[in-house]
Design a protein around this ligand. Structure first.
Ligand code: HDE
Length: 738
């Protein structure tokens, strides 16, 4: 049976490496024998202990979906032909009685379901969560006990774009995790930004209507750079904190694997003895927290709109399993629900990690790609109300809106109330819920008494004495009204805290982002109003953006006097380099390409060999296949580039044309572009042999920071790897602010 799987970069569609001994000659005829599964990549690990849909064992939804070798109707009748509709004679007319035609087309007509109203574009993976046991004194949740392993399914997403939009747009990213625990499903539905635009769920339709494309022309797609977004956030200043995070490098992550995740709201943990604490959940990526630069994000929108999707799937397929530690900031469950003066019920506020350190409580490893996008990534239904004993919510008014919304939205999106029965949503704990019938009911319920109390079913299902109990926290009574606490009025101290915590380079990126976005706004009054908002964050920020827009700097002064939080900056730390992508431009020193490729693999990184043409590199030894040709390689896909001597001229049509026209001198102009962009985007670059010729052609200044040359590939790679640990060569972004 053909198996659906991602195509590795170095295989053709038949799974053969072109030019290798044993490769079949290409044929136009359709194969008639069932095909074996494609061979795994050499460095791919075997499947984990759980099936792709997260079920422990036995028959899977996939085996139920496709059985037998022959084509059938939906009801199992074998079919000899699916290429011709039933006709009266070879020239028609087509007959209405052709059930196969009608079934095929009717089903096709209904293949799409409504996309998510937000977070429509996503990518997901299966994995395992292992508890450290460090939270055992805080919560009775069984999955957080020491060494308990729980299957998970994680869906990452952008917020504003449609299903077909690009991955690298400036936006918040969703980070939603479904834990299939022994006590039921727990969903942690978070984002990569720790605060939200609004403080009360009732404002959600407003902020989303403002962020989505304009209702008249339906543009722009997946962007906040337009009038309605800035109109709303400049008027609704509680959005200021989330907005400055979006305008920072956090709005354009390098990879889903390199993002933090945040539960945003404050949760309440309940211990075995009934004791409670308040917590904020954090996911900390083992690969570090890294971002694209804006030009990369824009280029990727055209060159590879699926960049984040591909990156996640490729890393998992290659066995470089992404990992995150789950951590909690812990606060006393006081009557005020505040910590160091910060209102814990206000989702526009963080508690700096310097005030409340993040304590690790478990490790998540994503180790399997979905088998079918629709069945799993599209049909997964998260809900913040999916809680397990030991985890409870607080009275954060944003959470209240969410508790209603997620159940409601699935009924439209998934066509009825039985979406929990879909394989990806099924709990791994026994279910006995007395919920019956409805659209798409796929269970065959036994028994006569889906009600309690009953005697006909022997009183079953029984109340569970150890079941989920809402923590009996006292509710503060007061006059009824559409109210908010006074502490919710402070909209500027924490945006300023964020701004002051960034390095000068990161601050420049924030200035550039505000300037770009506001330049796209047509209404002058909106720009001026947003400048007033910026003046309340920081005078330099306001002045620089005003200068970029050609507008006067308004009056206004920063509000609050916060201590910076160094944990908020992405610059300065060293991170593991495992999983980073290294482009190797194959030049005249082919042995060194082999050495470098091997050394990159041994370092846990991903080598992609770039050569004038596809196929296998010539020469003795283990064949090295080419993953990117000059025609297909762009620097945005690599974290660092190595140049193994001067490359041969390309023999493709473009290469020949350029050579004839003398474009790019001795070096192919596409290699010049590759190196020039990598240099401009502050990526480490290394080379040996005649690589200097290539650097000269790309106008890379001699002795520039982060450009390593040497005689031996391994030594150059070692230095490049050290540079990569800081993600970028930050010195190449000289700041005027520092
Ligand atoms: Fe969501 N959100 N949201 N949200 N949200 C949805 O549910 C909603 C909020 C988040 O990969 C929807 O199944 C309201 C905060 C993620 O499937 C919908 C409010 C945070 C995902 C919905 C919020 C999030 C969603 C759309 C304010 C970060 C994608 C489809 C009261 C903590 C989950 C769906 C996935 C999805 C409503 C605010 C994160 C309509 C009403 C705050 C990651 O129900």
């Amino acid at each position: 049976m053909p198996k659906n799987r991602n195509k590795a970069a170095d295989r053709d569609t038949q799974g053969k490496i072109p030019g290798r001994p044993g490769a079949e000659a290409p044929s136009l005829a359709e194969p008639v024998e069932p095909r074996d599964p494609l061979p795994p990549k050499p460095d791919q690990r075997g499947p984990g202990p759980f099936t792709p849909t997260g079920q422990p064992s036995g028959e899977t939804a996939q085996t139920r979906a496709q059985g037998g070798e022959f084509l059938t109707t939906a009801t199992g009748t074998r079919l000899p032909d699916t290429d011709h509709s039933l006709k009266a004679g070879p020239r028609g007319p087509t007959l209405l009685r052709d059930h196969h035609l009608r079934e095929k087309i009717t089903h096709f007509d209904h293949e799409r379901i409504p996309e998510r109203v937000v977070h429509a574009r996503g990518a997901a993976a299966h994995g395992i969560f292992r508890g450290y046991g460090t939270a055992a004194s805080l919560t009775r949740a069984a999955f957080l006990a020491k060494d308990v392993e729980t299957p998970v399914f994680v869906r990452f997403s952008t917020v504003l774009g449609s299903r077909g939009s690009a991955d690298t747009v400036r936006d918040t990213r969703g980070f939603a995790t479904k834990f299939y625990t022994s006590e039921g499903v727990f969903d942690l539905v978070g984002n990569n930004i720790p605060v939200f635009f609004i403080q009360d769920g009732i404002k959600f339709p407003d902020v989303i209507h403002a962020g989505k494309p304009h209702p008249d022309r339906e543009i722009p797609q997946a962007q906040s750079a337009h009038d309605t977004f800035w109109d709303f956030v400049s008027l609704h200043t509680e959005a200021t904190h989330h907005t400055i995070w979006n305008m920072s490098d956090r709005g354009i992550p390098r990879s889903y694997r390199m993002m933090e995740g945040f539960g945003v709201h404050t949760f309440r943990l309940v211990a075995e003895d009934g004791g409670t604490v308040l917590v904020k959940f954090h996911w900390k990526p083992k690969a570090g927290v890294h971002s694209l630069v804006w030009e990369e994000a824009q280029l990727l929108g055209g060159i590879d709109p699926d960049f984040h999707r591909r990156d996640l799937a490729d890393a998992i397929e290659a066995g470089g399993f992404p990992e995150w530690e789950l951590g909690v900031q812990v606060f006393p469950d006081s009557e005020e629900q505040t910590y160091e003066g910060i209102d814990l019920l206000d989702p526009t506020k963080i508690v700096p990690e310097e005030l409340a350190p993040v304590q690790p409580i478990g490790l998540m490893t994503l180790n399997a790609n979905p088998v079918n996008y629709f069945a799993e990534t599209e049909q997964v239904a998260f809900h913040v109300g999916h809680l397990v004993p030991g985890i409870d919510v607080t009275d954060d008014p944003l959470m209240a809106g969410r508790l209603f919304s997620y159940l409601d939205t699935q009924i439209t999106r998934l066509g009825g109330p039985n979406f929990d029965q879909l394989p990806i949503n099924r709990p791994h704990a026994p279910v006995n819920d007395m919920l019956r019938d409805g659209m798409h009911q796929s269970a065959v319920h036994a028994g006569a008494a889906p009600y309690r109390p009953n005697s006909l079913d022997g009183g079953c299902p029984f109340h569970a004495p150890d079941g989920y109990i809402e923590a009996p926290f006292p509710v503060e009574a007061g006059p009824r009204g559409r109210l908010a606490p006074a502490s919710f009025d402070d909209h500027f101290t924490q945006p300023r805290l964020f701004w002051l915590s960034l390095s000068p380079t990161e601050q420049e990126h924030v200035i550039a982002a505000y300037t770009f976005e506001l330049s796209k706004v047509y209404e002058q009054a909106i720009k001026e109003r947003q400048l007033l908002v910026l003046a309340r964050i920081d005078p330099v920020l306001c002045q620089e953006v005003a200068a970029g827009l050609g507008l006067p700097v308004p009056d206004g002064a920063p509000e609050g006097d916060p201590e910076p939080s160094p944990a908020l900056s992405q610059v300065g730390e060293s991170w593991p380099t495992a999983g980073r992508v290294i482009g190797i431009v194959a030049g005249d020193d082919l042995d060194a390409v082999r050495t470098a490729r091997q050394a990159v693999l041994e370092g846990g990184m991903v080598p992609l060999v770039i050569a004038p043409a596809g196929g296998v590199l010539p020469g003795e030894g283990e064949p090295v296949s080419v993953q990117r040709t000059f025609a297909a390689a762009r620097s945005v896909e690599f974290d660092a580039i190595l140049v193994a001597g001067a490359p041969e001229p390309a023999a493709d049509a473009q290469g020949v044309r350029d050579a004839k026209a003398g474009v790019g001198g001795a070096v192919d102009p596409r290699v010049v572009l590759l190196l020039g962009e990598a240099y401009r985007h502050a990526k480490p670059i290394g080379g040996w042999g005649d690589a200097q010729e290539v650097f000269d052609a790309a106008a890379i200044p001699a002795g520039a920071p982060g450009v390593v040359t040497g005689d031996a590939a391994a030594a150059v790679l070692e230095k490049v790897t050290d540079l990569l640990a800081r993600h970028r060569v930050w010195e190449r972004f000289p700041s005027t602010l520092g």
